[in-house]
Ligand binder design. Sequence first.
Ligand SMILES: [Zn+2]
Ligand SMILES: [Zn+2]
Length: 170
Amino acid sequence: MLIDITSISHGMGDYLSLEWTARPDELNLDTQDDAEYSAISFTGRLENSGKNQYILSGEVSAVSTTPCARCLMPVTNPLSIQVREPYSPGSLESNTGLDAEGYRYEGHVINIRQALHDNLLLASPPKLICQTDCQGLCPTCGQNLNLGHCKCADDHPSPVSPFDQLKTLL
Ligand SMILES: [Zn+2]
Ligand SMILES: [Zn+2]
């Protein structure tokens, strides 16, 4: 999203209120291999903080869908992140947000896309499971063990029970 800051460029403390509902591709989130994002929105403001610096603040939210780390079924995860990012004048080539001066803008336009993209990705947990007792997939046949048992377990001898071990000890 491109924001024209002309109207707030004169007075420190001037701000623009922002409401944005974004498609995944508008935040470069459509190219993630293992996660899909939907319902992306941002509510907040862009404020003139003096010395040609601006502060983007507010809340970005989205729903991520990733495969369960054990059974690969999709897991949806609502994300809601408080954003606070400074913008300084400079070349967009160095628009990484990684240094103390934050993101860059050129001229009278600030693009808030990179900051929202970065905040969403940083807040996305790398591995989620669908439920705490997810049984995962059978390593032999790939059956989703949450949906039912496969025949493979019958073919393997069950592990020795502690009671049998006790018997031998006695
Ligand atoms: Zn699972
Ligand atoms: Zn199996």
